[in-house]
Design a protein around this ligand. Structure first.
Ligand SMILES: [Zn+2]
Length: 393
């Protein structure tokens, strides 16, 4: 039980936070700076990665040792408790015997039966035997009482020691748990960085080209030079579906995480529409987490939004293409593309469309995730909808 508790604590701490600094590149010059930062970060990550390979192994060993130490401490406490229990058992046995003896002794002394017992003897031999028996009883009694006294003293001492010992071991356990947490989270960081940063760099590089093509000057605000299709309404991306998973905190098979959009359960191959009139600003193909993905940027009543459609089976648009909210941009996947079905996408368990909405311009990944919102207008978890009703006026 204790181990489950530790694991749960670790998982809670590992839940990635979606709230990050809202550094937003608003011009090409700023976007180029972002690219430089990412590239520097990448090379320092790579150096760190090489340096820390040995460190990583050492940390894994340290984690294993910490778990062992916790187990040892726990079994030591158990041992000490058992030894006290055994002493207590002996004490109660002696106590029972002594009580029996004392009762017998008192009975004899009380009504003179002690003397009667001796004088009632029919022969000298029997009398001597009876005297011996009485002496034996008295001696035994004294002996037992002494032993009992020693045992009780010892046990009290043991209990005082156990309390100290238990406190010490529990402190040990706590510090080892802390250590495991620290080691684990630093290992996690090392695992994730490299893959993410390559995609992040690609996004910024693509966006620099896009804004250049749109004729943006180096220090011209994107708000001025980059305009997107205007929308007064916003439709659902599929004609019907069931809400499998909500936006925000969730717990999937024991792993807690922040969910960056909503999951709409639809059968594989379902047409996916663009929720808005907009421009295709990014396409990811066969990502190991998210599969085929489309990012579309649009203006809704004067606010810029970037929308993500993920786990797609087939993409029907190309980068830079302008789309209408009646256009089929893709067909849904998520079933056959899942790794467990022999596909490439480890972040899907069954057929569904992942739909994410960020209230931001498409500049950097950091900016996209920092401005994610709960896609509005959908039913709650498990709820169905049967039309692409507009929710936004
Ligand atoms: Zn999802």
């Amino acid at each position: 039980m204790k181990k489950l508790g530790i694991l749960f604590t670790i998982l809670m701490l590992m839940a990635p936070s979606m709230v990050s600094a809202k550094t937003e590149a608003t011009t090409l010059a700023e976007l180029r700076q972002e690219l430089k930062n990412l590239q520097n970060q990448k090379s320092s990550n790579e150096k760190q990665k090489q340096l820390t390979k040995a460190e990583k192994n050492a940390k894994n060993v340290a984690i294993a040792n910490a778990y062992k130490e916790i187990e040892t401490s726990e079994s030591k406490i158990e041992e000490a408790k058992n030894s006290i229990k055994a002493s207590e058992q002996k004490i109660s046995e002696y106590e029972a015997k002594t009580k029996e003896m004392l009762e017998f002794y008192q009975m004899m002394m009380g009504d003179n039966s002690y003397l009667e017992f001796i004088t009632d003897s029919s022969s000298m031999t029997e009398m001597i035997m009876r005297i011996d028996a009485v002496e034996e009883i008295v001696n035994y009694n004294q002996d037992t009482l002494k032993k009992l006294e020693v045992l009780i003293d010892e046990n009290e001492q043991k209990q005082v020691e156990l309390k100290k010992y238990e406190q010490e071991l529990n402190n040990n356990i706590t510090s080892y748990q802390k250590k495991i947490q620290e080691l684990d989270s630093s290992l996690m960081e090392m695992e994730d960085i490299a893959m993410d940063i390559n995609e992040e760099i690609k996004i910024v590089q693509t966006n620099i080209k896009t804004y250049e093509n749109m004729g943006c000057g180096e220090n011209e605000k994107f708000d001025v030079c980059a305009k997107y299709s205007y929308n007064s309404t916003w439709l659902k991306p599929v004609t019907k579906g069931r809400i499998n998973s909500l936006f925000g905190y969730r717990n999937v098979s024991g792993q807690s995480s922040n969910h960056s959009g909503i999951d709409i359960g639809v059968s594989e191959g379902t047409p996916v529409y663009s929720a808005t009139n907009g421009t295709v600003v990014y396409i990811i193909r066969k990502s190991s987490c998210g599969g085929n993905q489309i990012y579309i940027q649009s203006d809704v009543n004067g606010t810029t939004y970037t929308m993500q459609y993920a786990h797609l089976l087939k993409i029907e648009v190309s980068l830079g293409q302008t789309v209408k909210n009646t256009d089929v941009i893709a067909y849904s996947g998520g079933g056959s593309t899942a790794t467990r079905n022999g596909g490439y996408d480890r972040c899907t368990t069954g057929a569904h469309l992942h739909y994410g909405v960020s209230k931001s311009k498409w500049t950097t990944w950091k900016n996209y995730t920092a401005n994610l919102i709960n896609p509005p207008g959908f039913p709650g978890k498990g709820g169905w909808f049967y039309e692409r009703t507009q929710w936004f006026r």
